[in-house]
Design a protein around this ligand. Structure first.
Ligand SMILES: C[S@@+](CC[C@H](N)C(=O)[O-])C[C@H]1O[C@@H](n2cnc3c(N)ncnc32)[C@H](O)[C@@H]1O
Length: 457
C-alpha cells in the first residue's frame, strides 16, 4: 500500500511498476493514481514519472542485464524484486545524475523493507557486480542484427525484425532511439476563441517559465516545455487550446473541410480531431462523431463544450455496422481515425510495445478494413475520406489502402493531399501524393499514417 506523504520518488516508482505488472494495469493510470495519493514535490514527481516510463521502456535490456548476474531467470523472481532490480539497473545504466552509491543504497533499503537477508544480499550483489563488470556487458557476437538492435534499443525482437524489412536498418534504429525519448508536448490553439499570437502572449504572461516554439507542421500548433501541466492552466480551462500531437493536427488539415459541410467522424473519442475539424469549419456545418464506447462519448462532449464548439453531435455506434440511414452517400467528408497497434506513440505508452504481438496486427488490420468498407458507403460522390492511424505498420496503413482500392474502383487516391500539407512533408510523401507515413524521428512527433481517398463522381 502507498501511504500518503511518506514516499520517495524511487519507492513510489517501485510500487507503481510492481502494481502495473500485478494488475496488468495501464501505466499512465497507475502512475497518476499513485502521484495523486502521494505528497511529492514537483521535482520528485517528475523523477518518479521518468523512472516509471524509463524502466518500462527498457524492460528487455534491463532483464537481460539482470540475468547476467542472477542465477534464476528474472521471471522467476518475486515481482517486487524483479522490479527493484530493473529500477536500480535503469538508474545505473541510463541516468548519470544520480550517484551510483545512492542508487545502490536506496535499492538495498527497499529490499530490506520487502524481503529478507537473502534478497537483500542478492540486490546488493547484482548491483555491485553490474558496476564492476558493466564495460564487458555485450550481446554475443553471433547474435543476428535484429536481436542486437532489439537489445541495445529496448524493443521486442519480432517488431525490430518487422521494421527492418519495412524500413531498413538506419530508419529502424532511428525510430527505436526516438521511441525511447520523452515525448514533446504540443498544443493546438483554438482559433475560434483566440489568435495564435494572442495565445502565445497570454501563455508567456501566465507561465513565464514556459518555453514556446511555433510548430513547423501545423499553423495552429505550438511546442511547449517547462510549463507544468497545461491541462490545469486557466488557458486550458477557458477553452483556448487543446493538447494534441503535431502529427495528429495534420489529420485535421488533411480533411480539407469547409464551413457548412456535413462531416462524419467514425472513430471519434476522445474527440481531439473532431474538435479540430469544427475549429477549421469555423464552427459552421455539422459533425457527427461516433464511438463504440458510450463512456468515451462523454469525453468528446466535454471537449467540445470546453472549446465552445456547437456543431458536433455524438452517437454510440459500431462503425463496422453503420445504420442503413447513414449509407445514403450523405457526407462531404469522412474521417476514419482507426484504432490501431499504436506503434507510432511508443514514446507516450512505452508498455504498449511489450503488450502487442505479431498476431494482433493481422486482427487489427481486418477490423480496420471493415471500418473503411463501411465508412466509404456514406460518402457523397466527389467527397473525400481520410484514413489515418497512429501506427507505422504497413499492414495497417499503405498496404491496407492498396488492398482496399483493388476491390473498390469507385474510389481513387487523392493526389492533392500533398498540396494541402506543409511543404516540409513533401519529400516524405508516397509517390501518389495521396498518403504519407510519418515516422516518429522525422519531426519528433507521433508516428502517423495519413491517406486521402476520393469518391469518383
Ligand atoms: C485512434 S482512437 C480515435 C482518436 C480520435 N479520433 C481523436 O483524435 O481523439 C480510435 C477510437 O475508435 C474507437 N473504436 C474502436 N472500435 C470502434 C468501432 N468498431 N466503431 C466505432 N468506434 C470504434 C475507440 O473507442 C477509440 O476511441
Amino acid at each position: 500500500m502507498i501511504e500518503q506523504g511518506t514516499q520517495s520518488a524511487r519507492s513510489l516508482a517501485l510500487d507503481v511498476l510492481t502494481e502495473i505488472e500485478r494488475k496488468d494495469a495501464f501505466s499512465n493510470l497507475e502512475l497518476n493514481a499513485a502521484l495523486n495519493k502521494a505528497n511529492l514535490t514537483r521535482r520528485e514527481a517528475g523523477l518518479a514519472t521518468e523512472l516509471v516510463y524509463g524502466t518500462l521502456s527498457r524492460l528487455n535490456t534491463l532483464d537481460w542485464i539482470a540475468t547476467q548476474f542472477v542465477k534464476k531467470p528474472t521471471h522467476r523472481l518475486e515481482p517486487w524484486l524483479r522490479n527493484l532490480l530493473r529500477l536500480a539497473l535503469y538508474q545505473l545504466h541510463y541516468l548519470d545524475r544520480i550517484p551510483d552509491r545512492a542508487i545502490v543504497h536506496e535499492a538495498v533499503e527497499e529490499a530490506k523493507k520487502h524481503g529478507h537477508k537473502g534478497t537483500v544480499s542478492l540486490v546488493n550483489g547484482v548491483l555491485r557486480n553490474y558496476l564492476r563488470e558493466k564495460e564487458q556487458l555485450n550481446p554475443p557476437t553471433q547474435w543476428p542484427k535484429f536481436k542486437k538492435i532489439a537489445l541495445e534499443h529496448s524493443h521486442p525482437e519480432w517488431l525490430v525484425k518487422r521494421w527492418l524489412s519495412a524500413f531498413g536498418e538506419k530508419e529502424t534504429i532511428a525510430m527505436c532511439k526516438t521511441n525511447n525519448l520523452p515525448p514533446t508536448l504540443s498544443v493546438r490553439v483554438n482559433t475560434l476563441r483566440i489568435s495564435k499570437q494572442a495565445f502565445i502572449a497570454r501563455l508567456q504572461q501566465e507561465i513565464p517559465d514556459a518555453v514556446i516554439e511555433e510548430s513547423l507542421l501545423s499553423d495552429v500548433g505550438l511546442l511547449v516545455s517547462h510549463a507544468g501541466n497545461i491541462a490545469n492552466s486557466p488557458l486550458f480551462n477557458e477553452g483556448l487550446c487543446a493538447i494534441q500531437d503535431e502529427s495528429s493536427m495534420l489529420v485535421g488539415q488533411a480533411m480539407d473541410v469547409q464551413p457548412e459541410m456535413a462531416v462524419l467522424d467514425t472513430c471519434a473519442a476522445p474527440g481531439g480531431k473532431t474538435a479540430h475539424l469544427a475549429e477549421r469549419m469555423g464552427n459552421r456545418g455539422s459533425i457527427l462523431a461516433l464511438d463504440i464506447h458510450p463512456h468515451k462519448l462523454q469525453l468528446i462532449d466535454e471537449t467540445v463544450e470546453r472549446l465552445g464548439i456547437t456543431i458536433v453531435d455524438t452517437m454510440e455506434a459500431d462503425a463496422r455496422a453503420l445504420p442503413e440511414s447513414f449509407q445514403q452517400a450523405q457526407f462531404d467528408r469522412i474521417l476514419v481515425d482507426a484504432p490501431c497497434s499504436g506503434f507510432g506513440v511508443i514514446r507516450r505508452k512505452p508498455d504498449l510495445k511489450w503488450q502487442k504481438q505479431v498476431e494482433d496486427i493481422t486482427a487489427i488490420a481486418a477490423m480496420q478494413m471493415e471500418l473503411l468498407e463501411q465508412a466509404v458507403r456514406c460518402l457523397k460522390p466527389g467527397g473525400k475520406l481520410v484514413y489515418s492511424t497512429c501506427t507505422v505498420d504497413p499492414e495497417e496503413n499503405g498496404r491496407l489502402i492498396h488492398r482496399f482500392l483493388d476491390s473498390h474502383t469507385e474510389f481513387e487516391l487523392d493526389p492533392s493531399l500533398v498540396d494541402d500539407m506543409p511543404p516540409l512533408l513533401r519529400e516524405r510523401f508516397h509517390q501518389s501524393g495521396a498518403y504519407i507515413q510519418i515516422l516518429p524521428h522525422y519531426f519528433s512527433s507521433d508516428g502517423f499514417f495519413i491517406s486521402r481517398l476520393r469518391k469518383r463522381v
